[in-house]
Design a protein around this ligand. Sequence first.
Ligand code: ZN
Length: 153
Amino acid sequence: MYCRPVIDPGTKPPASPAGPPIDWATLRAAATAAAARAYAPYSHVHVGAAGLSAAGDLVEGSNVENASYGLTLCAECGLVSDLARHGGGRLVAVSIVAGDGDPVAPCGRCRQLLFEHGGAELLVDDGTPAPARRLADLLPEAFGPTDLVTRRS
Ligand SMILES: [Zn+2]
């Protein structure tokens, strides 16, 4: 479980607002399996991510480190690439875990990456029994694709 502010359970979103049913246990298990396939010879922090698309596809990714460090790809990068490989669409739920199987928060870059493909309502596993946090809670007032259109001068 990662550090997060206390949220009133009554304010949590439904498990699946107008999308496919979300099986969080399956998502977390897929993320854990993906973590086992990570390439992390430098940090030794294996991370896996699994997501559910609006079309019902399960997409996965693992972190892939690089000797340059700066070129390291987070598991969410692989997940979004897998989403594109499945034909694209929107993510509705993601679980990101470390090698121990416990959820970890996406880094700042990946919050932006996930916003592009899941939006503010994307549900993120936070390790609680009802593991649904909106991405908007992790990335408030996000800059997104619509800003590129509406903010042109
Ligand atoms: Zn990241």
